[in-house]
Design a protein around this ligand. Structure first.
Ligand SMILES: Cc1cc2nc3c(=O)[nH]c(=O)nc-3n(C[C@H](O)[C@H](O)[C@H](O)COP(=O)(O)OP(=O)(O)OC[C@H]3O[C@@H](n4cnc5c(N)ncnc54)[C@H](O)[C@@H]3O)c2cc1C
Length: 394
């Protein structure tokens, strides 16, 4: 009999089991394949390493980068020095290190798939392929296609996921790159890891045609930049749930004896696809609620700490992904140090969606002066036309 049973030992589940075990809570965590190389770019923002120093302290390899390249829909390239570093992990290294930490703190790990569960009185009966376990509290940390969510809440529908494709190249790089396309609500990334370069695309709308179009875009990028790598390339795909402004307010992610964290709770930034920070953050909030015997407070606390930012991201998605906006920002960035600083702060997570417009307004005079002095007539005209054509969110 355990106090807490966690389904899924990804970043969220393992971090939660570490925090609980450290507080003396009897915890068991299940995962049939952990630790494994989950399909992921592996990028952790500075915002995440600063808030959760455990990520810095983990004894595992990582790549730290200080430079970024942005390629606009019209192939305008800007390089940006980052004010703080981005850290990139192989997921198997990160997930293994977190799970090891949890086990060293006293959490029990079973490499088993949870097949079903049922409430009997006040206790959960949890069934895996090898046995039956009992616990007071059940946590779904089982990722994008969470079956725990499906049973306790409602399954995610097709339109509630982004999809992503990714491949790994045998190439060493020292900067991250983001490429945008005129006909894609999403972006391509190239993230250097210790042993490879992760190149992938995340996109809205998962239709069959879109999927082949996105795969084609990925292959063209590899061909253009790393032609020797195209032969035998293995492309894999995965879903990314996203936090949506259309979520009903009362869509519950907890009750008195169960909760969902990370991807299972849809805690992913819809603009950037960043999910690990929110998986870890939601784990921290839930651990505090469990410690105080206040699991029902968990959802409200998530909303208070990071929900408003995710909501803002969700409301701003259509605006940001307008071709004109990205093109104009890239053109401005090419001519203005102030705008490059703001973009740098956004990439590393030091500016959130609630405050970026305020930061932009503060530097507006400098940005306009930089631009008027440095840009030629054609670029000035293009940027003005792009801004005028933007559809502003209501
Ligand atoms: C291509 C791609 C690129 C991404 N890049 C980034 C990035 O650079 N930075 C970032 O922050 N986020 C990124 N994300 C998002 C990020 O991967 C997720 O948000 C994050 O992993 C969520 O963590 P989690 O612990 O909630 O779930 P996961 O890490 O998905 O872990 C869930 C675990 O549950 C286990 N599980 C599932 N069902 C069961 C079961 N029935 N029984 C037992 N175990 C089960 C799985 O095996 C898995 O190990 C990316 C996602 C994708 C798809």
């Amino acid at each position: 009999m355990y106090k807490v049973a966690i389904v899924g030992a990804g970043v969220g589940g393992s971090y939660l089991s570490y925090l609980l075990a450290r507080n003396g809570v009897d915890t068991i965590i299940f995962d049939f394949r952990a630790p494994h190389e989950k399909l992921c770019a592996g990028g952790i923002t500075y915002k995440a390493t600063a808030k959760f120093p455990v990520l810095e302290e983990l004894p595992c390899p990582r790549k730290v980068v200080w430079k970024s390249a942005i390629i606009s829909p019209q192939d305008r390239m800007v390089t940006i020095d980052l004010s703080k570093p981005l850290t990139i992990f192989n997921r198997i290294d990160l997930d293994s290190a977190l799970l090891r930490k949890a086990q060293e703190s006293g959490a029990h790990f079973r490499k088993e798939r949870v097949r079903s569960f049922a409430l009997e009185g006040d206790r959960w009966r949890i069934f895996t392929e090898s046995g039956e376990y009992r616990a007071d509290i059940l946590v779904g940390a089982d990722g994008a296609l969470s079956r725990t969510r499906k049973k306790l809440q409602s399954p995610l529908e097709k339109g509630e996921y982004f999809f992503a494709v990714e491949c790994f190249l045998r190439v060493q790089r020292d900067f991250v790159a983001f490429k945008f396309y005129p006909d894609l609500e999403g972006y391509l990334w190239a993230f250097p890891r210790v042993d490879s370069l992760a190149v992938g695309i995340v996109a809205k709308e998962c239709t069959r045609e879109k999927y082949s179009d996105v795969k084609e875009k990925l292959l063209s990028f590899v061909e253009a930049h790393y032609p020797t790598q195209k032969k035998g390339i293995a492309i894999r795909g995965a879903y990314i749930p996203f936090f949506s402004a259309e979520d009903p307010q009362d869509q519950s992610i907890c009750s008195k004896n169960w909760a969902l964290i990370g991807d299972a709770a849809r805690f992913v930034d819809p603009i950037s696809g960043e999910g690990m920070y929110y998986a870890i953050y939601s784990a921290e909030i839930l651990a505090a609620c469990i410690k105080e015997d206040q699991v029902p407070l968990y959802q409200g606390l998530c909303r208070k700490h990071f929900g408003r930012n995710l909501l803002k991201a969700s409301q701003g998605f259509d605006y940001i992904y307008q071709t004109g906006f990205i093109e104009a920002m890239a053109a401005l960035a090419g001519k203005s140090t102030a705008i490059r600083q703001i973009i740098s702060e956004m990439i590393v997570g030091n500016i959130d969606y609630l405050t970026w417009k305020r930061r932009l307004r503060k530097k507006l005079v400098r940005i306009v002066a930089d631009f008027m002095l440095n840009a030629d007539f054609a670029t000035k005209k293009e940027v003005m036309t792009n801004f005028v054509s933007l559809r502003y969110p209501r």
